[in-house]
Design a protein around this ligand. Sequence first.
Ligand SMILES: [Zn+2]
Length: 87
Amino acid sequence: MRIPCPLCGNRDLREFTYLGHETYLDRPAPGDAEALDSYLHLRDNPAGETGELWYHGLGCGAWLHVQRNTVTHEIGAVTLASEKVAP
Ligand SMILES: [Zn+2]
């Protein structure tokens, strides 16, 4: 699998580290223990199109938002995570 980094171009998967689903960016407010527990331990495992966070550790060091099909591993849009706009 290859990921098209917006800064480096099309690169091999081994250069990247997977962080998790895009909802990992939506941290609960401090002090809400139940929400924090759900955030840390209760995750969906979607089949099909999903948004994920990847780190280009052996490249530019950027965090990326990657649209990927978890069934076919087809990569869609890839943007810098810092540019991700809330839906
Ligand atoms: Zn890169």
